[in-house]
Design a protein around this ligand. Structure first.
Ligand code: KIV
Ligand code: ZN
Length: 390
C-alpha cells in the first residue's frame, strides 16, 4: 500500500443522490459511474441496495460494468442489509461492503435506545457478517465527529480485529473544527493498537462549510481515504467536494500526498453531474464554478494581464475549465478594457483608451456586465482618430 496515496471514495451516487430532487434513474447512474471510473476514482459507492429495488438494480448493474474501480454498497448493521448488499455486488470485479452503526451518545441513546457495550457488539457483528462475503469491508462509525474519542478507539480496534479493512470516521453533522477532526484521527492513530491493519477514511459533511478543511486535516493526521462527491452534493449542506480535495492535494505538493484523479476531467464531469442531477453549481464554487477563473476588478485584471499567476494558482486548463475570463464591470480598469478591445480586433493608443474609458464607465454603471456587443457599440460611437481594426 502506497503510504502517501490518498484513496478517493466517491459517494455522489449514494450520499450525493440523497439530495432532494437529485434522484437518478439506473441509466443515469450507469453513465455517471463510468465517468467516475474514467476520472480515476478508486472506490465508487454505487448505492444502498436494500433501500429500494431500483437502487439494488443500479448497484448490481454498476458492479457489472465497472472494471478498475472498487464498487461499494452501503448497509446498516443489519444481517439482511448486508446479505442484500452482497447480492447486488456479486457481478463486481472488486467489491466492498460498507457497513456500520452510530457511535455517538446521541445515536446510542436517542436512535437505538441502547448502550455503548451493545453498540460495540453490534459493530463487531456486522463486520463479521460482511466478511462472509468479501475481504474488503469498510466500517462506518456514524456521528464519529461527536463520539467520545476513547470509546471510538475501542470500537475501531474491535472492528479491525473482526476484519474491517477500512474504518470510516464520519463527521455526520459537520460539527467538528478542522483541528478537532484532525486530533480525532491522530488519537485513533496513536491509541488503536491494530490501526496499521486498516485505512482510515474521512467522511465529512459541510453543515458549517468545513467539510473540505476537515478532510484535509484528517489526511494530515493519518487518514488515507477521503469520501466525497462531485460538486460537494449531499445531505443538507452537502459532503466534501471531490474537486476541492483533489486540487488541494495536487496544489500543495509539499504535503507529499497524491491521488489517482485526472484533474482535466473535473470541470467536464462537474457540468455533467450538475445537468443530470438538475443541481446548478454556484458560480463562485472553487475549481468548477463559472467564476472560478473570472477576473472583474481593475486591480486584479491589471495584475492578471501582466502575469496570470499574480491572481491564479491553478491554470484552468489543468482542471478542464475554459480559459480565464476578463469580465468588464464598473470596477474594471483601463488595461482590461484595452485587452477586451484588442481581443475584438481594435487597436487603440493609451489616449484613445482614456477617452473610451469614460464612455465605458457610463455604460458599466448602468449594467451588471459590459459585453462584446456593448464594446462594439462603444467603438462605433466613439471613434478615436487612431483606431484601427487589426
Ligand atoms: O454521514 C454519514 O455518517 C454517512 C454514513 C452512512 C457513512 O453517510
Ligand atoms: Zn454522509
Amino acid at each position: 500500500m502506497a503510504q502517501n496515496k490518498v484513496y478517493i471514495f466517491d459517494t455522489t451516487l449514494r450520499d450525493g443522490e440523497q439530495v432532494p430532487g437529485c434522484k437518478l434513474n439506473t441509466t443515469e447512474k450507469l453513465e455517471l459511474a463510468l465517468q467516475l471510473e474514467a476520472l480515476g476514482v478508486d472506490i465508487i459507492e454505487a448505492g444502498f441496495p436494500i433501500s429500494s429495488p431500483g437502487d439494488f438494480e443500479s448497484v448490481s448493474r454498476i458492479a457489472a460494468i465497472v472494471k478498475n474501480a472498487t464498487v461499494c454498497g452501503l448497509s446498516r448493521a443489519v444481517q439482511k442489509d448486508i446479505e442484500v448488499a452482497a447480492q447486488a455486488l456479486k457481478p463486481a470485479r472488486h467489491c466492498r461492503i460498507h457497513t456500520g452503526i452510530g457511535t455517538s451518545d446521541y445515536h446510542i441513546k436517542s436512535k437505538f435506545n441502547s448502550t455503548r457495550e451493545d453498540i460495540l457488539k453490534r459493530a463487531v457483528q456486522c463486520v463479521k457478517w460482511a466478511r462472509n462475503f468479501t475481504d474488503d469491508v469498510e466500517f462506518y462509525a456514524e456521528d464519529a465527529g461527536r463520539t467520545e474519542n476513547e470509546y471510538l478507539a475501542r470500537v475501531i480496534e474491535a472492528v479491525i480485529a473482526a476484519g474491517a479493512t477500512t474504518v470510516n470516521i464520519p463527521d455526520t453533522t459537520g460539527y467538528c473544527l478542522p483541528n478537532q477532526y484532525g486530533e480525532k484521527i491522530a488519537f485513533l492513530v496513536n491509541n488503536v493498537p491494530n490501526i496499521d491493519k486498516a485505512i482510515i477514511s474521512c467522511h465529512c459533511h459541510n453543515d458549517l462549510g468545513l467539510a473540505t478543511a476537515n478532510s484535509i486535516s484528517g489526511v494530515m493526521n493519518g487518514a488515507r481515504q477521503i469520501e466525497c462527491t462531485m460538486n460537494g452534493l449531499g445531505e443538507r449542506a452537502g459532503n466534501t467536494s471531490l474537486e476541492e480535495v483533489v486540487m488541494i492535494l495536487k496544489q500543495h505538493k509539499d504535503l507529499g500526498y497524491y491521488t489517482n484523479i485526472n484533474a482535466k476531467g473535473l470541470n467536464p464531469l462537474s457540468r455533467q453531474v450538475s445537468e443530470i442531477m438538475r443541481m446548478p453549481v454556484q458560480p463562485n464554487k472553487a475549481i468548477v464554478g463559472a467564476n472560478a477563473f473570472s477576473h472583474s476588478s481593475g486591480i486584479h485584471q491589471d495584475g492578471f494581464l501582466k502575469d496570470a499567476q499574480t491572481y491564479e494558482t491553478i491554470n484552468p486548463e489543468e482542471v478542464g475549465a475554459e480559459q480565464s475570463k476578463i469580465v468588464l464591470t464598473a470596477r474594471s480598469g483601463r488595461s482590461a478594457l484595452a485587452y477586451r478591445f484588442q481581443k475584438l480586433g481594435y487597436q487603440y493608443t493609451r489616449n484613445d483608451i482614456d477617452v473610451l474609458y469614460e464612455a465605458f464607465l457610463k455604460v458599466a454603471d448602468s449594467k451588471k456586465e459590459v459585453r462584446e456587443e456593448d464594446l462594439v457599440q462603444l467603438a462605433q460611437q466613439h471613434q478615436p482618430e487612431t483606431a484601427s481594426i487589426a
